[in-house]
Design a protein around this ligand. Sequence first.
Ligand code: TTP
Ligand code: MG
Length: 392
Amino acid sequence: MQFHVDMDAFYASVEQLDHPELKGTPVIVGAAPGRRGVVSTCSYEARSFGVHSAMPISEAVRLCPQGVFLPVRMERYLEVSREVMDILGELSPDVRQISVDEAFLDMTGTEGLWGSPRDAALRLKDAIRSRTGLTVSVGAATNRYIAKIASGFQKPDGLTIVPPGEEEAFMSRLPIEKLWGAGEKTQERFRELGIRTVPQLKQIGKAGLSALFGNAGGAFLYAASCGQDPGIFRTEAGSRSMSTERTFGRDVSDPEILEALLLGMVREISYRAWREGVRSRTVLIKLRYADFRTLNPCRTFPAFFEESGVLWSEARRLLRSSWNGRPVRLLGLGLGNLEDVKPDAQSELFPERDDRRTRVERAVFELERKGIGKVTRARLIGKKDDQVPGRP
Ligand code: TTP
Ligand code: MG
């Protein structure tokens, strides 16, 4: 079986863990109120006011003025993320982390150790709760696509298991609005076409769906409606890489919001690279449009990204040159061809790494202060902004 594991309201839950007086209250993590920028995430209490990830912070203030607004403490979240990933690594030798708070686990062959999928999943949820104080939702199925949908099925603190042979039945009972990968635009098309259920989709057939939604969209929707894996979580083979991605509940077409999200991912990846003692010269972007077409532009640069500011400017350049302005469903950022940073030969105390850490922190701070403002300014004056924030 494949497990998909996703922490509940991750950044907000860590804040509630560290500030217990905030438990049970609407907590909104992201940009400061009164400034530009977006919501990174919010607690379930805040969600009942309509607040969600990637929403401009000004809108969140309007919807939930009584909310507690907190800044992103990426390093703390990564510390917790590391603990969670370590626990997952104790349950399966094959863990694929796909963002700061989610991972796929291949549980094939672990039955002797952990028992049935239900026993293994309960053990996993228990271990995470007792060792980190946080809750997680787990989905289990024979393929990653179904496992991913299943983990979101009963959030928060959910557990949904789709037994082998039940994949198509599970999909056919799924409200079509929850068909993972089919965003706003696609849902709108479903309504126009009178498609209200997943079995109706399947009935149209692969050729019919391709005629309606294009080849990529048709193949995706047909596989999904049959309970097969449309292959969007395939593991890339080859060199070592590190990546993170965000799928949006609503398609995003505002360049400022996209760049704010990219900046958040630059911050996450910079810290992860620093923590794991790796560096890279190859930046990868993943863009999936509302119509399922997916781009994976990547570029290798002559120098290593020693500072977040450099990674940011390169990632942004890649985004600007590859995005066609149409609504985006998923945005990802990765580093390819990772290399270990050799500890400084002269010292065993890693002063070099400490220095690197200071630089990462300084650059990230500068990015937060100036990053988003620059985006707007560049747009207003209508020319490329090549300045690298975070560097003197
Ligand atoms: P998600 O797993 O999508 O969201 P979540 O964990 O906050 O809530 P839940 O899974 O219970 O629905 O993303 C994980 C973290 O990634 C999230 O806590 C904050 C960050 N994030 C952003 O910074 N911007 C975004 O647009 C999204 C979707 C997530
Ligand atoms: Mg989550």
